[in-house]
Ligand binder design. Structure first.
Ligand code: HEC
Length: 155
């Protein structure tokens, strides 16, 4: 009986370690069902794609750019946990994620990190109410999405 409390911390150690390594971001994918992780990230990305299309339409119509703020917030929130959504056990399955994500982790991290300043700029442009600035920021955002897709997503 006295052994149990001593063993428990040991048993918890790998989990703690795994958590500690991902401490900068929530450990989203770790240990979850791979098929579910793939479904979740694809669903999230589809929503992001819809936000982008809606913002492109808004830019084209030169509508009130502040209508895009909630969409930008949603995209920023998604990209805060982006790379956690690609644990190694999700390379195979119903996914277009390319193996390069895991063979070139540094490059994938860079491509994901490139979204941060671009989205900050997009948010600023949306808040400004200036349709030209907004249109340019939407275009730049789309280009940054495309940079990652070219290298890390199958066609
Ligand atoms: C750092 C890399 C990266 C960035 C940045 C990125 N994506 Fe992707 N995207 C991917 C990968 C990888 C997939 C494939 C995911 C899968 O199939 O598991 C994907 C898939 C998608 C899909 C298809 C989802 C489906 O139905 O399966 C859409 C839509 C999409 N991305 C939109 C966007 C948009 C819009 C942006 C920019 C706002 C963006 N992505 C930025 C890597 C990225």
């Amino acid at each position: 009986m006295r052994l149990l409390p001593r063993l428990l911390p040991l048993a918890a150690f790998p989990a703690l370690l795994a958590f500690g390594l991902g401490a900068a971001q929530p450990a989203l994918g770790q240990g979850g069902d791979p098929a579910q992780i793939i479904r979740d990230r694809r669903e999230g990305l589809r929503a992001i794609g819809q936000h982008m299309e809606a913002m492109q339409a808004l830019a084209q119509s030169r509508g009130d750019t502040r209508q895009a703020l909630e969409r930008v917030d949603a995209i920023q929130a998604f990209f805060r946990t982006f790379t956690d959504r690609f644990p190694p056990n999700t390379q195979q399955g119903d996914t277009r994620a390319l193996p390069a994500i895991w063979t070139d982790q540094a490059g994938f991290q860079r491509a994901a990190a490139a979204m941060t300043p671009v989205l900050a700029q997009l948010r600023q442009a949306a808040a400004s109410g200036d349709p030209t600035a907004f249109g340019n920021a939407v275009r730049e955002t789309g280009a940054t999405c495309g940079n990652c897709h070219r290298a890390y997503r199958a066609r």
